[in-house]
Design a protein around this ligand. Structure first.
Ligand code: FES
Ligand code: FES
Length: 154
């Protein structure tokens, strides 16, 4: 069926089965390859996007269910001149990615979190990021990056 998605502020028309996972439609049909396929079971967070501002696991989200919703991915967080968001910049500065596979999902979850809490404690960040897994063990650098971004935009 024909579905119109709102991805990073752009309307995108796509032909897809209504139960196709949003992740595959983004990556394979629309070329939006920030969100990654990790577990495919809504367990790891690598595929996280924001749907109407809330983190969602796009590997397990039927595309039809998000028609008309505002979908955000890392590409949409950049400034109009292509510059990274303060959080993306903080990830670079803290070298918070090792292989980088989890980074997209980490950034989306943390973006939603920082919109709700712009002055978090270390513990609050750790709790917010609990469901996003990093097999490289970069968690401490990721937490530092999120705290750094919070300080820089405060
Ligand atoms: S790939 Fe979606 S949660 Fe792991
Ligand atoms: S940096 Fe490799 S999975 Fe997180």
């Amino acid at each position: 069926m024909k579905i119109t998605l709102n991805v990073d502020g752009r309307k995108r028309d796509v032909e897809a089965p209504p139960d196709a996972a949003l992740l595959f439609v983004l990556r394979n049909d629309l070329g939006v390859n920030g969100p990654k396929f990790g577990c495919g079971l809504a367990q790891c967070g690598a595929c996280t996007v924001l749907v109407d501002g809330q983190p969602a696991r796009s590997c397990s989200l039927p595309v039809q269910s998000v028609e008309g919703a505002k979908i955000e991915t890392p590409a949409g967080l950049r400034g109009e001149d292509g510059s990274p968001s303060p959080l993306q910049k903080a990830f670079l500065e803290e070298q918070a990615a090792q292989c980088g596979y989890c980074t997209s999902g980490m950034i989306m979850t943390a973006t939603a979190f920082l919109r709700e809490n712009d002055n978090p404690t270390d513990q609050e960040v750790r709790k917010a990021m609990d469901g996003n897994l990093c097999r490289c063990g970069s968690h401490n650098r990721i937490v530092r990056a999120i705290l750094r971004a919070a300080k820089e935009v405060a």
